[in-house]
Each structure stands twice: as C-alpha cells, then as structure tokens.
Design a protein around this ligand. Structure first.
Ligand SMILES: NC(=O)C1=CN([C@@H]2O[C@H](COP(=O)(O)OP(=O)(O)OC[C@H]3O[C@@H](n4cnc5c(N)ncnc54)[C@H](OP(=O)(O)O)[C@@H]3O)[C@@H](O)[C@H]2O)C=CC1
Ligand SMILES: CC(C)(CO)C(=O)C(=O)O
Length: 335
C-alpha cells in the first residue's frame, strides 16, 4: 500500500491522496497520523499503519538526522520476510500544521525541545507519547497540550545497518489518557492498532508506566553495564537476582505512592521480555556504543529522584547506583 510520496526537498507537506484514509475516533472523523521520530519505534509503527492502509506521515525530528529511504523495510517477528512500504516523510521543522493524531516516537531527552517547537505549530489532534520512562509527558503538559495520551511499549526493535528494522511485539501495548477527554481513547486505539502492531485501551496508564519503567530500570542498566543482550535474565540467575533487587526497591516506592504494583508481576514481565528478545541489544547499549545520550535520567534516575523527594525520603541504592554507572559509562563514549 502506498501511503504517500517521498519528497526529499519538501518545504511543507506534499499533496496527499485521501481515498484510503480510515474512519477513526468517536466522531468518525477521518484521521491522518503523524509519527514524529523515524527511529526503532517510529519506523515499524509507520510501516504497520501504511501496510494497513492508514494515512501516515513520518515526521523527521532532527534537521540533521540520517536520510531514510522512502521504502521502509521492517521484519515483523523472527524469520518473517520484511514488509516493505512507501511512507511519506516530512521535516518537523518545516511543518506548520499537524491536522491529525501526533505520535511522539522520539527519545525522551529530546522532549523539551520538541515540545517547545510543537507548541509553535497548529496541532488539531491528540498527542500520543510513545516512550519509556517517568515524567516524559511533562514537557508537553507544561507547553499547554490538553489532549494527551500515553502508550507503554511492550516490543523490541532495532534498526540494522542495512536499514531493515527488526521488530518483535512482546505483548499488545496499553494506551491511556494523561490529559483531556477520556472518550478520545477508543478512537485513538482504533486508529493506531493494526495486525502488525497492536494496542489496547487502559484506564490506569500511570500504573502501567510505572510498572514498565521498573522493568526498564533493570533492563536498561544491567544489560548495558554487562554489555549483554536482553536474553540475559532468562539465562543467568545471578543477573535475574540483581533485577529482583531493583524491582523490590522500586515496587516499595510505587506502593508507597498508592500504586498497585507487585514485585512478582514485574519479575514475570522481565522474564517474559527476556525470553522474547533473546539476542536483542537494549537501546541504552546501542546509544552508548554509538556515542549518543541515553534515557537513564527518565528511568533509574527518575525513580531515584522521586524517592529522594518523597516524605520521608526513599532510598533506592541499587537502582540509583546502576543508573549512575550507566551515566558514567555513557560519558566515556559521548561525542
Ligand atoms: N527500540 C525499542 O525496542 C524500544 C523503545 N522504546 C522507547 O521508545 C522511544 C523511542 O525509542 P527508539 O525509536 O528506539 O529511539 P531511537 O534512538 O531509534 O530514536 C528515535 C528518534 O528520536 C529522534 N531523536 C533522537 N535524538 C533526538 C534529538 N536530540 N532531538 C530530536 N529528535 C531526536 C530521532 O528522530 P529522527 O530520526 O526523525 O530525527 C530518532 O530517530 C524511547 O523512549 C524508547 O525508550 C520502548 C520500548 C522498546
Ligand atoms: C524492556 C524493553 C527491552 C522491551 O520493551 C524495552 O523497553 C527497550 O528495548 O527499551
């Protein structure tokens, strides 16, 4: 399915055919989906939507980001043949108006800058933040965006050097309302769900985001520090025991804050993801090896900061120390 045309010299937005736009939303409006960030999450989401005939526009977040072919190739699951679809691409900085749902699939450390830039544009639809971490919605809320949803991602994805994206969905990804009218949720879930990349509505996305951030606090610190793939915890009982230390500390803080999260649930998700992504390299290690900033300040260090600010303060020694080590390791390679 051709979802649009690639125009490398794009000064705004190219004409788009409307004949394959889908009906979405509780009001049945025809929605265009803008995906900001052409990375390991944005590319497979764009490909899945385009392959399902939705109108999708891939918005390049960085003016100096690498050029991406107009044909996106994604392997959805283990040995499947890659799906190759043509997706329209535009530059974020040149867009004036985003008249549809806006999915933010960028790294969380870019949020302040992207939120400020987005605030100067006309945005008609809701924002859907698709990121790991705690507090990641805040820059957008501070900029006054009132219709905000959040998705918690249970998938792994990696862009290979030949440009093919290796994507595995571990479980359907919950989406919930952060701000604005809850009735928007069902339409948003319907607009984003396809056979290749599934979402479902959730009425307590804050708890889901905490649970997943605790999972990430284990994966995104232990795996990069040991330079091990995601299968580590399923293979190595000692590494799983360190993950359990993190889970225990973080769950105690979450429960203190009134969130209903159980250590056993966190551990079973860690083991499920570990078994389902054996051989996959965690994004934090990819970032460190590539000399890029990591997201650890939204993960271990965000949880540790929330603990320190609690009354009485909550100390999370393992979670925080491993987070600090990730920061130190990334400083060694930062360009
Ligand atoms: N990859 C995975 O398996 C998973 C990722 N996640 C989460 O999803 C989110 C997106 O991750 P992922 O797609 O892997 O990340 P990538 O590293 O692939 O980056 C995504 C995009 O973010 C944009 N970006 C990066 N740095 C900057 C910057 N300094 N300024 C502006 N834009 C920037 C770029 O967009 P462009 O290229 O358009 O310039 C880039 O392609 C993260 O929060 C991640 O933790 C969650 C679960 C699994
Ligand atoms: C925990 C994991 C591996 C899976 O969703 C992840 O969030 C990531 O790759 O960043």
């Amino acid at each position: 399915m051709i979802a649009g045309i690639w125009n490398p010299d794009w000064p705004g937005r190219a004409p788009v055919s409307h004949d394959h736009m889908m009906d979405t939303g509780s009001n049945g409006a025809r929605e265009r989906i803008f995906i900001v960030g052409a990375g390991a999450v944005g590319l497979p989401l764009a490909a899945a939507l385009a392959a399902a005939g939705r109108e999708v526009v891939l918005v390049r977040a960085r003016p100096d980001g690498p050029r991406i072919d107009s044909n996106i190739s994604v392997r959805f699951g283990g040995n499947a043949d890659p799906v190759s679809v043509r997706v329209e691409q535009v530059s974020f900085h040149e867009l004036r108006e985003l008249d549809g749902t806006v999915v933010l699939a960028i790294k969380s450390h870019a949020n302040e800058e992207v939120a400020a830039a987005l605030a100067s544009k006309k945005v008609r639809g809701e924002l859907v933040v698709m990121q790991n971490g705690l507090g990641v919605e805040q820059p957008f809320l501070s900029c006054g965006f009132e219709a905000m949803l959040r998705s918690v991602l249970y998938m792994t994805s990696q862009v290979r050097s030949d440009g093919v994206v290796e994507f595995r969905q571990i479980a359907s990804c919950p989406i919930g309302t952060v701000a604005g009218e809850p009735s928007r949720l069902a339409g948003c879930v319907a607009a984003l769900t396809t056979p290749l990349f599934a979402f479902h509505g959730h009425d307590d996305i804050e708890t889901e985001a905490w649970r997943k951030t605790i999972v990430n606090a284990a994966f995104n610190s232990i795996c990069p520090l040991l330079e091990a793939d995601n299968g580590l915890f399923a293979r190595d009982a000692e590494a799983a025991a360190v993950a359990r230390r993190i889970a225990g500390e973080c769950v105690a803080l979450a429960r203190d804050r009134g969130l209903s999260i159980r250590e056993e649930d966190v551990m079973s998700r860690i083991m499920e993801i570990s078994r389902g992504s054996d051989g996959v390299m965690i994004s934090t290690l990819q970032d460190i090896l590539a000399g890029r900033e990591t997201e650890v300040t939204s993960l271990n260090l965000a949880i540790a900061r929330i603990g320190a600010e609690s009354v009485p303060p909550h100390v999370l020694p393992v979670t925080e120390a491993l987070g600090q080590l990730v920061l130190a390791k990334s400083r060694l390679t930062r360009r």
